[in-house]
Write a protein that binds this ligand. Structure first.
Ligand code: S3P
Length: 429
């Protein structure tokens, strides 16, 4: 499928954003580990979360209701059944990794796979740590790649310092720690997202921060909760925020957006670039902070320097920031690109190539990406590269090009933002 995007003058209005993907995955998985029923309100319905739910159903989890209000009938930590078939995480890295952590504690055999892209994403840091905890796991390429076959046991606690900036690896180990006899310590010097920590705290797990980067988790604590409220996804909101900030006439209200500080790097960077973003009505649901956002255009954005410590807090927004920087005054430099994971590197490379087709000046240096500002883009035909975040970053840039663009392969947005083009169309003129 393809779409034609014409340059716009205005991005105006009010909208809700689909539920946060990361929190939705955790709510589904951790509710199924809890005792009794948990209601999930505003769960994000997408290919990725459907894959997660299908895997859980295969493990014996029952649900009632629909995606707006789903009741998960928790199995407790040890009530799952051996799956009769291979578990398929589809495209979802979060499902594959978090589920691997949970399966490592189950006293049965399971095999987990995914689509071709997921089958090429690294698993070895996680499988290595889980094997150290006592799980039996084997996978392709020396346990590096899916499919993985897992036979879980009661696990041993572990002291583990994350060798890579991956919230998914950290979360999987925290879930595995629930199946250990003792206290696990996880050290995260990268400050990756802490959605799992917050969800576990909400469910009454024995989890505690013992230092800025240190968290301990006690094994065998029963989880219990009533309701997860899933706020709008800030990573999806980000495209609309950038569009409103760049538009000659922009004024946008976004309701009920998650503002977890480990995810708000995008708001900070846009603030530094001169965007006017107000954070209103801050409140909290299931240990996650939530707010309404008000964005206004009017000032030209300025180029900015993004240091590598900031990257985990805007890991999914790098393609978008690259696109936004083209329209800012002055250059933007993004450090830390060489340490990006496979998914992010491929994503950034595709965004750069496609934006260069429109005339963007982007230099890839060994330790940084340099984006020349104030560049006029001419509309062209470009490809989604099958990636939702690349598609949305390109679409946002195309709104401010000098002429019409065509993006092909737009079905990729289904992974995180099924209504993206409809909402953008409604807000723009
Ligand atoms: C996510 C973590 C990040 C992010 C992904 C969601 C999560 O992945 O890119 O979209 O839900 O924890 P990594 O942990 O691979 O960096």
């Amino acid at each position: 499928m393809e779409i034609t995007i014409r340059p716009v003058e205005k991005i105006e209005g009010q909208t809700r954003i689909a539920g946060d993907k990361s929190i939705s995955h955790r709510a589904l998985l951790l509710s199924s580990l809890a005792e009794g029923n948990i209601e999930i309100e505003g769960l994000f319905e997408s290919e990725d979360t459907i894959s997660n739910l299908n895997c859980l159903k295969e493990l014996g989890v029952e649900v009632a209701g629909d995606w707006g209000k789903l009741i998960v009938k928790g199995k407790g930590l040890r009530g799952f059944k051996e799956p009769g078939n291979v578990l398929d995480a589809g495209k979802s890295g979060t499902t594959a990794r978090l589920l691997t952590g949970m399966l490592a504690g189950q006293p049965f055999h399971s095999t987990l796979t995914g689509d071709v892209s997921l089958r090429n994403r690294p698993m070895e840091k996680l499988t290595g740590a889980l094997i150290q905890m006592g799980a039996s796991i084997s996978g392709r390429h020396n346990n590096e790649l899916l499919p993985l076959t897992i036979r879980g046991y009661d696990l041993l606690p572990i002291n583990y310092s994350l060798p890579v900036a991956s919230a998914q690896v950290k979360s999987a180990l925290m879930i595995a720690a629930l199946y250990s006899r003792g206290t696990t310590e996880i050290v995260d010097y990268f400050n990756t997202n802490d959605h799992t920590e917050r969800a576990l705290r909400y469910l009454g797990a024995g989890i505690e921060k013992t230092g800025k980067n240190h968290t301990i988790i006690k094994g065998s604590t029963k989880l219990k909760g009533e309701k997860f409220h899933i706020p709008g996804d800030i990573s999806t909101a980000a495209y609309f925020i950038v569009a409103a900030a760049l538009a000659p006439h922009g004024e946008l209200y976004l309701e009920d957006i998650g503002i977890n500080p480990t995810r708000t790097g995008i708001l900070e960077v846009l603030g530094k670039m001169g965007a006017e973003i107000e954070v209103l009505n801050i409140r909290e649901y299931n240990c996650e902070p939530v707010a309404d956002l008000h964005v206004k255009s009017g000032r030209n954005l300025r180029g900015v320097e993004i240091n590598k410590e900031m990257i985990p807090r805007l890991i999914d927004e790098i393609p978008l920031l690259t696109a936004a920087a083209i329209f800012a005054e002055g250059d933007t430099v993004i450090y830390g690109g060489t340490e990006l994971g496979v998914k992010e590197s491929v994503r950034l490379k595709s965004t750069t190539i496609e934006l260069q087709k429109m005339g963007a000046v982007i230099e890839e240096l060994p330790d940084r990406l340099l984006i020349r500002g104030s560049t006029k883009l001419s509309g062209t035909r470009y490809e989604s590269n099958g990636d939702h975040r690349v598609t949305m970053a390109l679409a946002t840039a195309a709104l401010f090009a000098e002429s019409e663009s065509v993006i092909t392969g737009i079905e990729a947005v289904q992974a995180s933002s099924p209504g993206f083009f409809e909402t953008m169309k409604r807000l723009s003129s």
